[in-house]
Design a protein around this ligand. Sequence first.
Ligand SMILES: O=C(O)CCC(=O)C(=O)O
Ligand SMILES: [Fe+2]
Length: 257
Amino acid sequence: MLEPAALNLSSRGNTLNVSTDLELASDFSPDSPNSLFDSTDEASPSARMVPAMLHAPPIPGLFFFPSILVPIEFADQVMRFCLDTYFPPSRPGVNQIMLFGTESIPLILHSLLSTMSSLLKPSLPPTIHTLLFPDTPTRERQVILNLYHPGEGITPHVDLLKRYDDGIVGVSFGSSCAMQFARVEQEESSSPMQLFLPERSMIVLSGEARYDWTHGIDKRAVDLVSDSESEWIVERGVRMSVTFRWLLPGANIVGDP
Ligand SMILES: O=C(O)CCC(=O)C(=O)O
Ligand SMILES: [Fe+2]
């Protein structure tokens, strides 16, 4: 048996599909092997821009609070640390990093977790808060960092079912973006729902939102955003997301038959 490297570097390639760690919408089925696999580099077929909402769509298990933000100075520190450490100019083309296990997670990301836990505690249902931030974790955490330049995105997917447990929480740093959600077996004719994720906001996927809906980010340099009265365009900058997930038992072993 091989233990995976604590630090896993990869590049999503020029068209920036995450290639290693997701379950593509079109490949999703309860019987799929959930193995790590390469995605194609095709652009999203949905070129039409659907306005992104400022509030969470009504998907059970999706929690999003647009006005709860990681404090700006701390967010700047996290972004600077991660860019310098994981995405330095000497590693051009690297745009995804995975850290496996508590010990490989640097102190600043442990501090980020405590900050997120305190910020979200008053608003999340207690069971969901405990799922994400238990006093005594029973599983290993995995952190995935994704770096996006304007025009880049991530193919709609469900996070790997055989690798990650329930309870996923992510933060946007450096830029906003619209994240899209579609039911796993959504009719092709219906448009995905778009949620606007401001810089420093957090999003939680649990239950139905984690298992029965895909999430993705269109490859765009701008997003169309709307509230009840108007629509406007928001330009994307360089965005880094930091997402915390729970590894299922045995999922940190690579090469097991
Ligand atoms: O960038 C994001 O916020 C989403 C990343 C994601 O869905 C993933 O890495 O599985
Ligand atoms: Fe994901």
